[in-house]
Ligand binder design. Sequence first.
Ligand SMILES: Cc1cc2nc3c(=O)[nH]c(=O)nc-3n(C[C@H](O)[C@H](O)[C@H](O)COP(=O)(O)OP(=O)(O)OC[C@H]3O[C@@H](n4cnc5c(N)ncnc54)[C@H](O)[C@@H]3O)c2cc1C
Length: 448
Amino acid sequence: MDKTYDLAIVGSGPGGYAASLRAAELGLKVCIIEKDLVGGTCLNWGCIPTKALVRSADLFADIKQAHALGIDIDSYRYDMSRIIERKQTIVDRLRNGAEGLLQSKGIDIYRSKARIISPSKIQAAEKQIETKHILIATGSRPSETDSLRIDHNFVLSSRDMLELKDIPKKIVVIGGGFIGCEFASIYSRLGVEVTIIELMDQLLPGFDREIARRLESIFKKDNIKVLKNTKVLSARQDPKGVVMLSDKSTIETDKVFLCIGRKPYIDDLNLEKVGVATEKGAVVVDENLKTNIPTIYSVGDANGTFFLAHTASYEGAFIADNIAGVQRKLNYSAVPKAIFTKPEIATVGLDSSQAKAANIDTESLKIPFAAVSKAHILGETEGFVKLEIEVKTKKILGACLFGPLASELISGFTIAIRHGLTTRDISDTIFAHPTLSESFLQVSEKGV
Ligand SMILES: Cc1cc2nc3c(=O)[nH]c(=O)nc-3n(C[C@H](O)[C@H](O)[C@H](O)COP(=O)(O)OP(=O)(O)OC[C@H]3O[C@@H](n4cnc5c(N)ncnc54)[C@H](O)[C@@H]3O)c2cc1C
């Protein structure tokens, strides 16, 4: 049997996994080379396990609020070991399902580190894999600096955080991006004293400033200390854990969580020898996700564009279509981002400053969740929905949500933006009542 593959994929995260399934559906001969666990960061150490912890923290916080809903619960406590066990059960169940699906589609899985040795050959342990196309879907890893290194004992990575059964009394989170804020929100609701240290002048750098301000004030109410415009010089345990800041002041802490960003993980692939162009540590790709070598592509975190699971899988499926000859164009006009703090945050499309930079005349429409009846029923009226619409056409160009189930609600806004809907289209649609989705109708009615 000819064992030349049509597509050999390095990495089985959302990018590689989606590419493999679509390629197999289209009749291509596909293999995956995975050095660790099927499902990659997202399934094993990222999106899924963190949200399992969020669910436990949410429930614990809800029980604390139960009195307000007429329910008294006299005694309750959490058991971190069981929270971690539940998280692992979910991850294992989903990974088994994913592996089963790959097998059922006839996708070969090689469990080893891959090294690309030519535009059509990959070394996987002792085996040389011949292939017509190669997809680099190797993901990313946490950034470190010369003075701030993860030691997996005192200075932890997100992967370490997901295994922490002995919950610390105090933790310093270095980096106020989305991963840092999600963990801060989980831990503070479980009673840990959390300090976030952020180098920039806002939490969630690059996000809507209003949301960042509101999140900071919610964090303050939850006893999370936020230090902005602050650089950490060192984090050492000697024997007490101490974090030193740039003004030479110190903070004592039990653990440090270092989450100052992630960078593409492409170092061991032999790219330089094969001639694949890289820039700032990421694989360089064109508008079709092709590298400078015509048979080699890259999707997901490895190409350094989005660092999101859903863009990785979108790109993966695109590559499979492309190789199989299905004509498609990538469209990033509506990429949702969700942050699972309490309340949740979700954005999609353009904000006002991006619209201005693109010379589009827009107006912002906004309603508070306090104007939405379902939010009162849930007892979660904090937050708002903001729309950015083009003045001339009333087209919805962007949305920004801070409030209950924002991560679910954002899909409606994403469909609207992706398909060029106007506020008139939305106001001419019947929404179920009473629902949080009505917030979309209510905010659109302000701009017809
Ligand atoms: C704590 C955390 C929470 C997150 N939460 C979210 C979220 O809620 N929503 C969201 O959209 N994104 C989230 N992300 C980001 C998301 O996990 C990534 O964007 C996504 O996993 C990227 O997918 P990928 O396919 O590019 O790579 P990955 O999922 O990283 O998979 C890459 C795979 O390649 C394998 N690999 C690497 N090098 C080699 C090699 N040489 N040989 C063989 N195999 C190799 C790795 O072992 C890995 O399995 C989170 C990330 C973290 C860390």
